[in-house]
Design a protein. Sequence first.
Length: 231
Amino acid sequence: MKKFLFILIILLIYQLGFGQHGGIYHEWYLVNYELDGINYGVSQITPPVSPSLTIENDLQFYGTAACNDYSGNFIYNQANDELIVDTITFTSDPCGFQSHTDFETDYFSLFAEGNSFHYAIIYDTNGVESLWLFLPNGDNLYYDSFPPILSTGQAQHPTINLYPNPVSDILNITSEKLTVDKLVVYDLNGQQLISNYSPTDKIDVSGLSDGMYFLEILWDDRKLLHKFIKQ
């Protein structure tokens, strides 16, 4: 009986420490974020920055935004499978560039105390893992497990438009400067539902149930995330 109880306790500890949110224990690098319905690519920020987020096994976290460091802890809500920002503190050094200050204002409005994130972890075939943290209104933060290659001549994220949005059948993708390699649709649990290589200027989503989804757009070893509504 004692042996059985010991094994049960070990299994419970394992579940709590390495359950559904086990894959988040990583160092992550911000790729893009969406705020108030507008998508921003980190590569648009000049001079370049590499915002990071490291999540420890005890759900403590720390990272760097543009010029300021931050730290705090999450609470895991098992009932809703969500992460709640319990506490967060950050330094308040003045950034030398307005673009960095503007980014930090956006970032810390999303990554704010009390915010509850649903999340998804995507394992790409090229070995890159991605973490999505998204709020109930659809605003989100999108991270990769590898840092971006930064240079002063770094290309800007192109402007991408999705229409119609909401969409019932064909979702069109337009950009003046972009040749898309692949389109992938995910649900809010991070499950891949559609993968489309050609054509890459539209995707048929008529088979999806009504609701919110994410479209991952890949080109030249880069990617961008946009949300859309199926109705």
